[in-house]
Design a protein around this ligand. Structure first.
Ligand code: LIP
Length: 262
């Protein structure tokens, strides 16, 4: 079945899921909060949303399989990769900066990326070869050339630890003069690179469900993305560098992530 039908379906399903996420966010009594590990929040809503997305897509595309943050690991030649709530810590603490992230891979290549922010009603989407858009308007990376004027988002997670995060921040900002943010949603960080709102997203380690949709968005918006799927990125995660192309070499040299443009 065509990617086009999957592309339109992915947008419809993430928008429906976004309504559920927003309802739960606005009613704190509607869910319990727990931890998967140190600083790794989990809410009942994550599982509820993943179930909704899987049931809708399985009904439409019964031959497809699913990899999801909440436990599914069904790798195949036609697989959806889901983060039901990216920015779970923000969601749990009442900070309205999170999204649902949905990617589709065929024979190992990410073809579709959809990231929906239900609080701002912003639908970022991209189809392989079809460009990237936000709410139907074409988007492109920033085109910035001067790293001293750049805004970088540097992701933090408990998988790599704080010392590695601080080292990466130092490498990327102390000599370059770039500014940095950390928003606790890697998927929205990737979407903002694609939309030109920031100039790069870098993280020492990120999981496939956090980043694959954003990789399609940044690629289709004219950006550079490191080879996240190298090794066994789909199952084990990897570092990621995504940026506007003129900053690629400076950021690869500073971070040690990605490859230089020859
Ligand atoms: C988030 C990731 C990001 C990381 C955040 C957080 P989650 O995922 O998108 O890479 O920097 O700390 O882990 O756990 O909110 O789905």
């Amino acid at each position: 079945m065509s990617s086009d039908l999957r592309f339109t379906s992915a947008q419809a399903v993430t928008r429906e899921a976004g309504k559920l996420i927003r309802r739960r966010f606005e009613d704190k009594s509607s869910f319990k909060l727990s931890f998967k590990g140190h600083q790794d929040y989990l809410t009942e809503v994550d599982g509820e949303v993943e179930e909704l997305v899987v049931s809708r897509l399985r009904a439409l595309f019964p031959e497809d399989t699913f990899i999801g943050e909440e436990g599914r690991r069904e790798e195949s030649a036609s697989v959806w990769v889901i983060d039901p709530i990216d920015g779970t810590a923000n969601f749990a603490r009442g900070i309205a900066h999170f999204c649902i992230s949905l990617a589709y891979l065929r024979k190992g290549k990410p073809l579709i990326g959809v990231i929906y922010d239900p609080m701002r009603d912003e639908m970022f989407c991209a189809l392989d070869g079809g460009g990237a858009s936000m709410n139907g308007e074409a988007i492109k990376v920033s085109g910035l050339r001067d790293i001293r004027s750049a805004t970088l988002e540097i992701g933090w997670n408990n998988r790599s630890g704080m010392a590695a995060f601080v080292e990466l921040v130092e490498k990327l900002t102390v000599d370059s003069g770039a500014g940095m943010i950390r928003s606790a949603s890697g998927a929205l960080g990737m979407a903002y690179v694609a939309a030109g709102r920031i100039d790069a997203y870098v993280e020492n380690h990120i999981n496939a469900w956090d980043v694959l949709a954003g990789i399609v968005l940044v690629r289709e918006a004219g950006g550079y993305v490191s080879d996240f799927l190298a090794g066994d990125g789909l199952n084990k995660g990897n570092p990621v560098l995504a940026c506007t192309p003129k900053l690629r070499n400076a950021l690869v040299k500073a971070s040690g992530i990605g490859t230089l443009k020859r």
